[in-house]
Design a binder for this molecule. Structure first.
Ligand SMILES: [Fe+2]
Length: 228
């Protein structure tokens, strides 16, 4: 299914794509009152992150590796929406994967839902890029605005460049459970192949995202804003 058909995920064109234009566009999408610091998540580099391949990367996000499913702001503040503007892409490689966890949860049997509701996940990573720390979260959560059931399931990140560990509690066979749920996520995954100029807005609570390895698409670059 094409991404643009997804309910909470839209592609838009014909806006001002300068950095100031993107900042204004993102700010207008926030439900919060106040200025830019109240409406957009800020890091040490500010609210707008440039994402592109770096041969000297110390963190996998900036390498050419695949990025497993995750949600943004897990180790800081969780933004409600993410805005990605593609400034460069050569087509195949580095496709972003999105998965609607509401649909994944709805697909489960009542026994599976019950099993998931008992699970707690602990994630830990060193701060080598803009994020880091330790968090403990229930797998099954409610979307803070719609009240729909979502799954906060990020994959463990097995890399030499800033790995993220995952400890699962609440089920007997942890590895089987992890593999089963991971398979569910990929069954519902939608891949977006990037073209320069694409703008994607995604709900960071409903959806998890990740990416395929960059392959030959090393010039793939984005500007990314996180809307509180
Ligand atoms: Fe992300």
């Amino acid at each position: 299914m094409p991404i643009s058909n997804s309910e909470s995920l839209t592609l838009k064109k014909n806006i001002d794509f300068s950095e100031d234009g993107l900042l204004n566009y993102a700010m207008n999408l926030s439900r919060r009152e106040g200025g830019v610091k109240e409406k957009l998540l800020h890091w040490d580099f500010g609210p707008l992150m440039t994402m592109k391949h770096d041969v000297k990367a110390t963190n996998y996000l900036f390498s050419d590796e695949a990025v497993p499913f995750h949600w943004d702001g897990a180790f800081a503040t969780e933004p409600e929406k993410l805005l990605f503007y593609c400034t460069e892409s050569e087509g195949e490689g580095g496709e972003t994967l999105f998965v609607n966890t509401e649909k994944v949860f709805e697909s489960l049997t009542s026994e599976e839902k019950e099993l998931c509701s008992k699970v707690t996940l602990t994630y830990e990573t060193k701060k080598l890029a803009h994020y880091g720390g330790k968090i403990i979260v229930p797998l099954v959560q409610k979307h803070p605005h719609t009240g729909k059931t979502i799954l906060r399931m990020a994959e463990k990140v097995e890399t030499n460049l800033n790995p993220v560990s995952l400890t699962i509690e609440g089920v007997d066979n942890v590895e089987d459970f992890y593999q089963w749920l991971k398979e569910k996520l990929y069954t519902f995954a939608e891949a977006h192949s990037w073209n320069k100029g694409d703008l994607i807005l995604v709900d960071n609570f409903t959806y998890l995202h990740g990416r395929r390895p960059l392959g030959a698409n090393r010039s793939r670059a984005f500007k990314r804003l996180q809307i509180l």
